[in-house]
Design a protein around this ligand. Structure first.
Ligand SMILES: [Zn+2]
Length: 246
């Protein structure tokens, strides 16, 4: 798009009060990865952003009017993952909204994924319907039981580098687990979704290593049991930790 035409388009979008689309369009212009998506997918991302922008604006106004404090369920915890835990390659991903299990609401899933990605300094390009699929050249996050090894809660599959040094990095969660979507901590029967997202996004961000299980201040432990969680450096609980402190 030439600069002049682009400027006119943005002016018209602004006149139509499509601020969400303008923001998404600006972001797409900065993302080299975006050329992997075809026109309809890119348009879908713009429309999705406008939709979210409008929803958020409505929510903000309602909260203001009711003078409510934002509950811990909706607050965006922007505590970054400390560099001592892992580094970030700044990768981008698309969120797949198909196959979300009944124990997880779509809104909560999107909020957890966006938040966990942001904490690892990764960028969400928006949502697409359907399930994630390894091998399509696009980095995706979503639920799909078929592609996750039997004993795993989730898997991050990293492809070979392609032209431009980009790799496909798919974060795939098993759909058939008793997920705890929060904000409550998981019971002894449930797997904490936020912890698993923070762990797998660590792999997406380019950290392949695990640390042994134990009382560790990191989401990058080799295995997570039901009832365990790591949500921040001040909010984690591993069984070994509880035993150590009695
Ligand atoms: Zn892992």
């Amino acid at each position: 798009m030439t600069l002049m035409l682009y400027t006119q388009t943005v002016e018209k979008l602004r006149a139509l009060r499509l601020e969400g689309m303008i923001q998404a369009l600006e972001e797409q212009r900065q993302q080299k990865d975006i050329l992997r998506l075809d026109f309809e997918e890119r348009l879908g991302l713009l429309v999705e952003r406008q939709w979210i922008w409008k929803e958020n604006r409505g929510l903000a106004l309602r909260l203001q009017n009711a003078q409510l404090k934002i509950s811990s369920a909706t607050i965006e915890d922007l505590e970054r993952i400390p560099r001592s835990i892992g580094r970030s390659n700044g990768a981008s991903f698309v969120i797949r909204t198909g196959g979300i299990p009944p124990s997880v609401t779509r809104g909560r899933f999107l909020a957890l994924v966006r938040n966990a990605g942001r904490r690892w300094r990764l960028h969400s390009l928006g949502t697409l319907p359907g399930r994630p699929r390894f091998g399509n050249g696009r980095s995706e996050v979503g639920f799909s039981t078929a592609q996750v090894p039997r004993q795993a809660l989730a898997v991050t599959v990293v492809g070979r580098p392609r032209a431009g040094g980009r790799r496909e990095r798919d974060l795939i969660l098993r759909a058939d687990l008793p997920w705890e979507q929060g904000p409550d901590h998981p019971s002894r029967a449930r797997v904490d979704l936020e912890t698993v997202l923070l762990h797998e996004f660590g792999h997406v961000a380019g950290n392949p290593r695990h640390v042994p299980r134990g009382c560790r201040d990191t989401p990058m432990v080799v295995g997570l049991a039901t009832g365990e969680w790591w949500r921040s450096t001040t909010d984690f609980s591993y069984r070994a930790c509880n035993q150590a402190t009695g």
